[in-house]
Design a protein around this ligand. Structure first.
Ligand code: AMP
Length: 113
């Protein structure tokens, strides 16, 4: 997988407002927030899209969601937050390093646009 802006954040080549880091993942505030709370959780392993994940990534994917839960609790939004994964340009993926969006702090409609 080619280098992305997110691998540069992992490698501290560019700054980010990091809210969580462990051996498997990093979470930081989105630079262009779409809600009062907008945080991205990314694996350190370079997986381009969720569709590119394989069987060996099973526990890693679960870890990303458990970290998202932890962050939602820390942010005080555990009762109302949305997790989004965009897969592919056709649905708006713009950075090809897997990321889970945590969005909260405003009203959300369903279905999403
Ligand atoms: P997606 O459209 O699902 O690929 O989401 C990519 C997200 O990354 C967007 O919400 C961007 O605002 C966000 N983003 C891009 N560059 C940065 C950056 N340097 N720091 C934080 N968030 C970023």
């Amino acid at each position: 997988m080619s280098e992305t802006i997110f691998s540069k954040i992992i490698n501290r080549e560019i700054p980010a407002d990091i809210v969580h880091e462990d051996e498997l993942c990093l979470a930081f505030r989105d630079v262009n927030p779409q809600a009062p709370i907008h945080i991205l959780v990314i694996p350190k392993k370079p997986i381009a899209r969720i569709i590119d994940a394989c069987d060996e990534d099973q526990s890693l994917l679960g870890h990303l969601y458990l970290v998202a839960n932890k962050i939602a609790r820390e942010e005080g939004v555990e009762d109302a937050f949305r997790l989004v994964v965009n897969n592919g340009e056709g649905v708006g993926q713009s950075v090809f390093h897997l990321h889970v969006h945590i969005l909260a702090g405003r009203a959300f409609t369903w279905p999403p646009g």
